[in-house]
Ligand binder design. Structure first.
Ligand code: RI2
Length: 309
């Protein structure tokens, strides 16, 4: 196997095992892996270049089925063109670099936009470990507002532990709770802020398992529910009526000794769906929008052309 394929398979493995995780980082890592793969390809034959690159794209696409950041990032990188290998490769590299730059800038912009909605003295509840939701929280803290964050553990992978480590390093007053304590504490919360793996055409949210229960609690308690999502987290496929596949992960993530129990199985969906009516606002890099505007974001930001599918 060539070195370039070896490196790409390494990134694909890390995405699958969640060494590389978080929807934004998954998208950027896939774009960079495809870029490096193309640069290392040793061929002057454009047909061979195209076929190798598209094989590599498929390998990356098959790592995690839910996160649309992965397919959107790969789609953007694969819109390269060129008369020969050199120009095709340059075009692909520039697409990948643009995606990474656009993603990093979007995370920063969403941090600023979202922070305007948070008041001095607010308590924020967050779930899992979303770099984009945390960008809002960090920006708010840096703007001098005094905030407190409550973070769930986010079983079974405990991404909440990553979140509290980051909040601690930024000097933010933080409290950790078990996932099932959300209803107990919801009346102390001013706003829930979560990230997104996918936003559908009707404005519903696919995010870490447990998000939908939190949204239901927030709705009942009249607590504001904000989603932090770059425009490449919106799913063009859902305009065509496609359902978002929910990744089912291994039983052992939930109960390592499951093989000892012959009559028991574990169901381990990684994500759930929060209906749009429980979402107050989605903070994107092009502004804070009501979920009902998601269709427009898909049409305008991603140049989605229904005729050319
Ligand atoms: P950012 C994560 O998925 C979580 O569901 C998180 O809310 C979402 O990605 C977005 O993360 P996983 O990779 O893109 O932990 O905001 O399964 O960093």
């Amino acid at each position: 196997m060539t070195d370039s394929m070896d490196n790409l398979l390494g990134v694909a493995r890390d995405i699958k095992s969640m060494e590389i995780r978080g929807a934004a980082l998954i998208g950027r890592s896939a774009a960079q892996a495809l870029r490096d793969f193309a640069l290392e390809l040793n061929t002057n034959d454009l047909n061979e270049f195209n076929s190798e690159v598209s094989k590599a794209a498929d390998i990356l696409l098959n790592t995690r089925p839910t996160a649309v950041s992965l397919s959107n990032s790969i789609r953007m990188v694969m819109r390269y063109s060129g008369e020969d290998v050199e120009t095709a490769s340059q075009s692909l590299v520039s697409n990948a670099d643009n995606f990474v730059e656009r993603s990093l800038k979007a995370v920063e912009t969403i941090g600023k936009i979202g922070s305007h909605r948070i008041r001095d003295g607010d308590t924020i509840l967050t779930h899992c470990n979303s770099s984009v939701a945390l960008s809002i929280i960090k920006t708010t803290h840096q703007s001098g507002k005094n905030i407190k964050v409550i973070s769930t553990e986010s079983r079974p992978r405990y991404q909440g532990h990553l979140t509290i480590g980051m909040l601690n390093d930024w000097g933010i007053n933080t409290e950790l709770i078990v996932d099932s304590a959300v209803r107990t504490i919801i009346n102390e919360v001013d706003e829930v802020i979560v990230g997104a793996d996918v936003i559908t055409a009707n404005g519903s949210l696919v995010n870490k398992i447990g998000t939908a229960q939190i949204a239901l609690c927030a709705h009942e308690a009249r607590t504001s529910f904000m989603v932090a999502a770059e425009t490449y987290k919106f799913s063009p496929e859902t305009i065509m009526g496609e359902l978002v596949p929910i990744e089912m992960r291994q039983e052992e993530e939930v109960y390592p000794q499951i093989s000892d129990l012959k009559n028991v199985t574990v169901r381990n969906p990684a994500f759930d769906v929060t209906p749009h009516r429980y979402i107050d606002i989605i903070c994107t890099e092009v502004g804070a929008i009501p979920p009902e505007m998601s269709y427009m974001i898909i049409k305008e930001m991603q140049g989605w052309d229904l005729q050319n599918r």
